[in-house]
Design a protein around this ligand. Structure first.
Ligand code: F6P
Length: 457
C-alpha cells in the first residue's frame, strides 16, 4: 500500500483528545487517512516573522503532520490576495468582484514554490500525492522540476467556471498549464469537469485522448467529477441523539409552536445571505398570515475578515437584517435571528433536525455540504424540506429538494410557502429519494473513488 500525502492550505491537527476541527474538508480528509498511512502537509495557520523553509513535524498515530508558517506578507499576497480576492470570486462567477494584482499573484506563486521545495524533501517515490483547493493549483508544476515523478492528484472543492469567465483572470492560462502537471484533476460536478476540459482545449489546444483524458504535447491529465459526500450514517446518528444542549433547549422553548427555517453558511458573498433574507421578507409580505408563525435562524460564522469584500458583506447583511426585523417584527416576535458564532457539529445536527425548512440558496457553490447534512439530520418519520439553489453542486444529486434560482426572490418566497405547507406524505417521499444516495455516496466513497482513479493513472 503506497503512503498517502495530502496537501491543503489548512491542516486540521487533532488535539490532545484526538479531536480535529469539524469543518467539511477536515472531516473529509481525515476520512481518507482511514485506509492509508500518511502525511498531511500545509499551512499551520500561523504567521511568523521570517519565512520557514522546513515544516514543523507533528506525529499523531498513523498520520504525520508537516506544518509551514507563513509570513504576514505571504498571508496577505497568497491567501487574502490572489487566492481570495482574485481566484475565489472568478471561480464563483463574480468577475466584477475579482481584484487581480501582480504582486499578489507573485506571492501566490512564491508560497507554492516554498511549499513544493519543503514538501519534495518529505516525499518518497512510491507516495500518492493528493493536493486540495484553489490555493495550490501550481503545486505540481513546482514539484515536477524538483524531480518528482509520483502520481499527483488535485481536487478542486469550489466551482470551475465556464472558460469565458475563467479566461477573464490574468494568469489564467498559466494556471491551466499548471493543471496539466497533475495526473488526475477531480471536480465536484460534470458541469465543472466540462468547463475545465473546454478551457484546456480552447486555451492550450489540449486534445481529448479519451472522454476524460486530455493531452497537451504528450502530457496527459484526467479530468473527472467526484461529488464530495458527508459521513451520512454518523451524522444521522448524531442528529438522532437525545438533545441535552442548552442552546437546543432554548431554541425549542423560544420557538413554541412556530416553525423553524434554518440557514447555515460561512459569511461569504457566494452564499447569497442578503438575497435570502430579502426572499424571506418577500414571503412575509406576500403571506401576512404567516407573521409570528415562523422564525428564520441564520447562522453565519465570520470568515476571511481581512478581505475587504467580506467586511462589506457583513455590513450589508446587518443592514438588511435590521431593516427586515425593524419593519416586519412585532413585540414578542423577531422574524430573523442572526448569529455569527461557530457551532459544533452535534449542535448543528440537532438544530437541523428541529428545522421544518432549510434555506440553502448560494449564488454559486462547488457542492454545499450543509444541504447534505440537513437531509441526513432529518427524522425519517417526519422530515423537513430542503430549499436548494440550482447553482449549488448538491442540486445535481439532491433532486428531492425544492430547487430554486436564488436570484429570484419571488421564486424563493414561493418555495418557502410551499415547503411550510407541504404535507407529510410528500415530505417523506422527497426525503427518501435523497437519503439513499447520500449514504451510498458518502465521504468514504468519495475519497476511495478519487484515490482508486489516481492509482490507476
Ligand atoms: O470551499 C473551499 C474552502 O477552501 C474549504 O476547503 C474551506 O474549508 C473553506 O473554503 C473555508 O475557507 P478558509 O480556509 O478561507 O476559511
Amino acid at each position: 500500500m503506497p503512503r498517502l500525502v495530502i496537501v491543503s492550505n489548512r491542516v486540521s491537527v487533532p488535539d490532545a483528545a484526538g479531536k480535529g476541527t469539524a469543518g467539511g474538508l477536515a472531516v473529509a480528509l481525515r476520512e481518507a487517512f482511514q485506509a492509508y498511512e500518511g502525511l498531511w502537509f500545509g499551512w499551520s495557520g500561523k504567521v511568523a516573522a521570517h519565512p520557514t523553509s522546513q515544516p514543523r513535524m507533528v506525529d499523531k498515530g498513523d498520520v504525520q503532520y508537516a506544518l509551514m508558517d507563513l509570513t504576514s506578507l505571504d498571508r496577505q499576497e497568497y491567501y487574502n490576495g490572489f487566492a481570495n480576492r482574485a481566484l475565489w470570486p472568478t471561480m464563483h462567477y463574480r468577475v466584477g468582484l475579482s481584484d487581480f494584482s501582480r504582486t499578489d499573484y507573485a506571492g501566490y506563486l512564491r508560497v507554492n514554490r516554498t511549499f513544493a521545495t519543503a514538501l519534495a524533501k518529505l516525499i518518497c517515490p512510491s507516495d500518492l500525492v493528493w493536493v486540495h483547493d484553489y490555493h495550490l493549483i501550481p503545486l505540481a508544476a513546482e514539484l515536477r522540476p524538483l524531480g518528482l515523478t509520483n502520481l499527483i492528484g488535485y481536487f478542486h472543492h469550489i466551482p470551475w467556471p465556464a472558460p469565458e469567465v475563467f479566461g477573464t483572470l490574468p494568469g489564467s492560462t498559466d494556471l491551466l498549464r499548471a493543471i496539466m502537471d497533475f495526473n488526475l484533476v477531480g471536480v465536484q460536478t460534470e458541469r465543472d469537469a466540462d468547463n475545465l476540459r473546454r478551457a484546456l482545449m480552447q486555451e492550450l489546444g489540449a486534445v481529448a485522448e479519451k472522454v476524460d483524458v486530455l493531452d497537451v504535447g504528450g502530457k496527459g491529465t484526467c479530468v473527472k467529477s467526484f461529488p464530495i459526500g458527508i459521513d451520512a450514517s454518523d451524522f444521522q446518528e448524531v442528529a438522532a441523539r437525545p438533545r441535552s444542549n442548552r442552546i437546543v433547549s432554548q431554541t425549542i422553548v423560544g420557538l413554541g409552536s412556530r416553525k423553524l427555517i434554518i440557514g447555515v453558511d460561512r459569511l461569504d458573498y457566494s452564499k447569497g445571505i442578503p438575497q435570502r433574507m430579502e426572499a424571506y421578507e418577500r414571503f412575509l409580505v406576500n403571506n401576512p398570515d404567516q407573521r409570528g408563525h415562523v422564525t428564520y435562524l441564520q447562522i453565519a460564522p465570520t470568515s476571511r475578515s481581512e478581505v475587504p469584500e467580506y467586511d462589506t458583506l457583513s455590513r450589508v447583511v446587518n443592514e438588511t437584517l435590521g431593516r427586515i426585523n425593524g419593519s416586519l417584527g412585532e413585540p414578542g416576535w423577531v422574524p430573523i435571528q442572526y448569529v455569527t458564532s461557530t457551532y459544533p457539529r452535534s449542535l448543528l445536527a440537532a438544530l437541523y433536525r428541529l428545522a421544518r425548512v432549510a434555506l440553502v440558496t448560494p449564488m454559486r457553490d462547488g457542492m454545499n455540504l450543509v444541504a447534505k447534512e440537513y437531509v441526513a439530520a432529518q427524522d425519517p418519520l417526519d422530515p423537513g424540506v430542503l430549499i436548494l439553489s440550482k447553482f449549488a453542486g448538491a442540486a445535481q444529486q439532491l433532486t428531492g429538494a425544492l430547487i430554486v434560482n436564488p436570484n429570484d426572490k419571488f421564486e424563493v418566497a414561493e418555495a418557502i410557502r410551499e415547503a411550510l405547507r407541504m404535507g407529510h406524505e410528500e415530505r417523506v417521499a422527497r426525503w427518501r429519494t435523497m437519503i439513499g444516495p447520500l449514504r451510498d455516496r458518502d465521504v468514504s466513497w468519495w475519497a476511495a473513488a478519487f484515490l482508486k482513479e489516481l492509482a490507476a493513472q
